[in-house]
Design a protein. Structure first.
Ligand SMILES: Nc1ncnc2c1ncn2[C@@H]1O[C@H](COP(=O)(O)OP(=O)(O)O)[C@@H](O)[C@H]1O
Ligand SMILES: [Mg+2]
Length: 272
């Protein structure tokens, strides 16, 4: 069904149509030094409302995968579908958050959040209250009329998330959004993202370097090997929700992290 819930009388465990369908996708970039194979034969289905993380070493093609799903790059092989439709350019029900916040220094925080709406040609006035409410939710109440350079890195990234959520996209793509933040700010943002995801059930594709972050946030963790990128394993995270930071100290959590780390060690990607 359109809202992702099973109709009455059907088996809730039945397999839903995927929201994102990546089938045998490859990507080779042309560069002055020759062809660069970035992704090889990637297949992955993401269910509506599912939280998927991708972890893997630097250069293995994580950002390339995200750009393909965002319709910003074209695959060299295979097919991508979003909401059942083959991808032709960026889908309109999507938002992206990058590692470096892309806030414009000459616009206030509120005007930065409203930027996504302006790009889509939607009426500013209609979204202003929602933008203010979102900023409030993310602890930025009272900062609406400040400028990005007056805010900390964590606050700027919160504003970027507000901007992404403003149009209420069905699909949210995040490329190492917390990678440049200090550990405590990162913890806060992990909690806030988990909470907002639980409330809104966006389909989420999240890229990270941190195994612990991936386990904490995700329904499934996709492990990618060394370049050129391939999926080496997909691990379902059966930890109860909502998850608190304290849940990272449970034996089950520690075991998931250890299992993934061990697999990366076997592949020579991390040391044990
Ligand atoms: N536009 C591009 N042109 C040529 N090579 C690229 C381009 N973008 C990425 N690459 C190469 O593709 C590989 C994967 O890059 P990327 O997807 O950014 O990896 P990750 O995000 O996992 O660090 C790397 O070898 C990178 O140098
Ligand atoms: Mg990257």
């Amino acid at each position: 069904m359109a809202d992702g819930t099973a109709p009455e009388g059907t088996d809730k465990g039945a397999i839903q149509a995927p929201y994102v369908s990546i089938s045998r996708v490859g990507k080779t970039y042309a560069s002055p030094r020759g062809a660069v194979p970035a992704l090889v034969d990637i297949s992955l289905d993401i269910a509506p409302g599912e939280f998927i993380s991708v972890v893997g070493p630097s250069g293995c093609g994580k950002s390339t995968l995200l750009k393909l799903v965002a319709g910003l790059e074209e695959p060299s092989a295979g097919t991508l579908k979003v909401a059942g439709r083959p991808l032709k350019g960026p889908p309109d029900n999507l938002a992206v958050v990058f590692q470096r916040d892309v806030l414009l220094d000459w616009r206030t925080i509120l005007d930065n959040v409203l930027l996504s709406i302006e790009f889509m040609g939607l009426p500013r006035a209609k979204y202003k209250d929602r933008a203010v409410a979102l900023l409030q939710r993310f602890g930025l109440g009272g900062f609406e009329h400040r400028f990005p350079w007056e805010l900390s890195g964590g606050m700027r990234q919160r504003a970027s998330i507000c901007r992404a959520l403003l149009s209420d996209p069905e699909l949210l793509l995040m490329d190492e959004p917390f990678g440049a933040l200090d550990a405590m700010t990162r913890d806060d943002l992990n909690i806030e993202l988990a909470r907002i995801w639980q409330e809104t059930r966006k389909t989420l594709l999240f890229i990270t370097h941190s195994i612990a972050e991936a386990v904490f946030l995700s329904d499934r963790v996709v492990m990618m090997g060394k370049a050129p990128g391939m999926v080496v394993d997909v691990i379902r995270i059966d930890l109860p929700r909502p998850r608190s930071l304290a849940s990272r100290e449970t034996a089950e959590f520690v075991e998931y992290v250890a299992r993934i780390r061990h697999h990366f060690a076997e592949l020579g990607i991390v040391k044990e």
